[in-house]
Design a protein around this ligand. Sequence first.
Ligand SMILES: [Zn+2]
Length: 205
Amino acid sequence: MPVPLFGGGEVNVTIPERSGTAFRLKTGDTLVVVDPRGCQVADLLAFNADDMDEVISSGRTLDYAETIRLTAGHKLYSNRSRVMLDITDDTVGVHDFLLTPCSYDTFHHFYPDLPPHRGCFGNLAAALEPYGVTPDRIPVAFNCFMNVPVDGTTGRLSVLPPISKAGDTITFRAAMDLVIGLTACSAPASNGGSFKPIEYRIEPA
Ligand SMILES: [Zn+2]
């Protein structure tokens, strides 16, 4: 249910804990992803609304950015090397674009003693199914607020609690008409051991 946050008439939409959604974003629209309580990850996917075979690409983006530390000023590219989203503002500066969405299989791998959850992968698959996206077409997501430091010598990855605080945001501007998938992540380690909602708002061009 939308929750009014600001006096200007803009409303934040809440994604409840361990769930996901999908929506359209028009060229020039701004998408603000909010961590309302802090220490919570949101997986973001983008598809070209006019041709869903064009999809956000971690490999292209990291190659062109020449860094894995993406923040304001960086662009998120598609598998066809076109800009899909510009990161225009970022109050955190630590996000991940290496790891694939958490899933049933992730839970079996890392949390065999916990009840399995379909995770961001299942939530994204369900949310994007009306747009014709089948599960095998879900790529690595841009993981807003996810904290995955890499040891520069050994290459070893760690998944640590996000450093985001309540009210932190990352802001994107759409460079083409898009279908966006967005979650409140379901994996314990990614979110500091507890599951919180995510909020977002769209500011039209
Ligand atoms: Zn997740």
